[in-house]
Design a protein around this ligand. Sequence first.
Ligand code: AMP
Ligand code: ZN
Length: 114
Amino acid sequence: MSDCLFCGIISKKIPARIVYEDEAVAAFEDANPQAPVHTLVVPKKHIPTTLDITEEDQKLIGKMFRVANRIAKEKGIAERGFRLVMNTNPEAGQSVYHIHLHLLGGRPMHWPPG
Ligand code: AMP
Ligand code: ZN
């Protein structure tokens, strides 16, 4: 999608610190990190919100979680613990309408979230 920020990062038109990429998924460092580790895992397919995930996307969504696990292990936070978050629509704070899995870690996480 031409006016989508994350499609721009995926197509390398917009710079980002990409840490993982394959044919279906990319991951890059969040520009405004909320924890020592804050990486975003995105599908290359433009899916605006989690509400738009269809049956055909099931393998893709599973892959996003497996990529997040791999990055958590690489960054040394898997055993300590980490949080995976997807925000949907305004009250959850979604600001970019291309789904992304936030991988957050490297500090204690609070619950309930703000
Ligand atoms: P959300 O608010 O859940 O939609 O998350 C969007 C995330 O994208 C926020 O954590 C932002 O800091 C992050 N973000 C916005 N612009 C960029 C960018 N150009 N590169 C990397 N991360 C970004
Ligand atoms: Zn997009």
